[in-house]
Design a protein around this ligand. Sequence first.
Ligand SMILES: Nc1ncnc2c1ncn2[C@@H]1O[C@H](COP(=O)(O)OP(=O)(O)OP(=O)(O)O)[C@@H](O)[C@H]1O
Ligand SMILES: [Mg+2]
Length: 246
Amino acid sequence: MTYDVLVSQLTVNYDQSPALWDLNFGLSKGTLTGILGPNGAGKSTLLKALLGEIQAMSGRIQLSGPVAYVPQRSCIDWDFPITAIDVVMMGAYRKLGIFKWHTRAQKKRACELLEKLGMASYAERQISQLSGGQQQRLFIARALMQEADIFFLDEPFAGIDIATESLLVDLFKDLRDQGKTLLVVHHDLTTAPDYFDHLLLLNTRLIASGSVDEVFVQENLQKTYGQKEDFLERVLATSQRKSEGL
Ligand SMILES: Nc1ncnc2c1ncn2[C@@H]1O[C@H](COP(=O)(O)OP(=O)(O)OP(=O)(O)O)[C@@H](O)[C@H]1O
Ligand SMILES: [Mg+2]
């Protein structure tokens, strides 16, 4: 089995208390994986540790290629004076390093991404003058501009309307089908089985990881969220109805 992301015995501490404890998992190439877990479970910490943004206490992380990352929304400085199209083009610059020329093809791709995400008419607008959901779409477009093999997205659907969410899910599935590996933090249990092929259930420890069919069962969800049985039964029933298109 070839893994694009391989994690063994990963432990991360903040001020002595563990945020992640002894995680072991692998993500195969060409998979779309959701990370599920309650607030404070360590989902964002996991992505930052994989990126090397925060230092692990112990463990090993192997990434097979370049990574594009969309952080959780609250972490971005929205007052930075820059236009929408420039934000998207920054995805290409990262690849070009200090030489900030871009090719016509890159500019075309940036415009296509803006168009696809319904943002074409905002291309020249300052990002501080966009709505929250529009800003979020831009940062996703910027990540898609990067010619990465691996994509880490932290709650990409937060504050995004339902039509854009469905468009993004299709984009993510296309990338997966092109052999990219995506790891996406997600909160909505009712859509998770439909959006992803694999899941990581996290609550400081890794409760379960694997294909949706193996992982998305009541016992695992209860261990992850600690909710009452009847609540999780309702969630499972709703997600089943959604995946059957009812
Ligand atoms: N810089 C930090 N210093 C100290 N503790 C932190 C820091 N960042 C996060 N934590 C703590 O680590 C734990 C995991 O945080 P993390 O942000 O990874 O959670 P999360 O699963 O992404 O939650 P959410 O769903 O709310 O985004 C939390 O208890 C949080 O309070
Ligand atoms: Mg988070």
